[in-house]
Design a binder for this molecule. Structure first.
Ligand SMILES: [Zn+2]
Ligand SMILES: [Zn+2]
Length: 243
């Protein structure tokens, strides 16, 4: 079994990583990856989001690195934030012109001025059953609307940072051709969530979500959970199952 690519990692353009772009590329080549997507936090991420005006510069740098290192394909991605409840994400048309790969996920504290009620409900969900139920309802609504409204390659760590109805999320993921991530750094998809999602024709993807260079390509925990759930590895987008 071999990892073909890693489609979720952060660079210094996210406030919570110091990774230089060339360092990322060299590490990925060392690991024998064929393809990577550099997916910094969307601009609405509180504190750590990419500056929208940096995106064209990031495109130019990635183009130059693709020229310099033809042995690997480097995609310019984004880990967009799911905003509000109507399916909006913080990847606008202008940024989309530069983008090759779209990840989207819910992040606590994004677009705080408008979405503070959503974050409050998700915060309270840890302590109260009533709020938990409410959180599942709104998070599922937002996530499924985002998949229907936007072309998204994959949902990052579904179920982390806010509970969802996995049955509904998986159904819409299958319908819209959106992959669901088994994230190595966060515990989601969990074993129980994979078991639910695999009942639908969903494609899965395992990713490091590396914020540090030495984490790139690390998907052991993801694969362990997939194995525990009994998932057929041929359903994982970026794993090559050798006969
Ligand atoms: Zn994330
Ligand atoms: Zn991430």
């Amino acid at each position: 079994m071999k990892l073909r690519g890693d489609y979720h990692m952060h660079s210094k353009y996210s406030g919570d990583s110091k990774n230089e772009l060339e360092g990322i590329v060299l590490k990925a080549i060392e690991l024998g990856l064929e393809e990577i997507a550099i997916t910094d936090h969307g601009p609405a991420h509180t504190g750590y989001g990419i500056k929208k005006e940096d995106y064209p510069e990031l495109r130019a740098q990635i183009d130059a690195l693709n020229q310099k290192y033809p042995e690997i394909k480097i995609l310019l991605g984004l880990e967009a934030n799911i905003l509000g409840l109507d399916g909006a994400i913080d990847l606008d048309e202008e940024m989309r012109q530069y983008n090759d790969w779209v990840n989207a996920g819910y992040h606590f504290g994004s677009r705080l001025s408008k979405d503070y009620k959503i974050h409050f409900i998700n915060f309270m969900a840890k302590f109260s059953k009533v709020f938990h139920k409410k959180a599942v309802k709104i998070n599922t609504k937002a996530m499924t609307a985002a998949m229907r409204r936007n072309k998204i390659h994959m949902i990052t760590h579904p179920g982390a940072k806010g509970p969802v109805d996995m049955d509904e999320v998986a159904k819409v993921a299958a319908e819209t051709g959106t992959m669901l991530e088994i994230n190595n750094s966060h515990g989601h998809l969990s074993v129980a969530e994979i078991k639910i999602a695999m009942q639908y024709p969903v494609v899965f993807v395992v990713n490091s979500d590396a914020h540090q260079l030495d984490r790139i390509g690390s998907v052991e925990a993801s694969l362990q959970r997939a194995k525990e759930a009994g998932l057929d590895f041929s359903r994982i987008y970026n794993v090559i199952v050798e006969a």
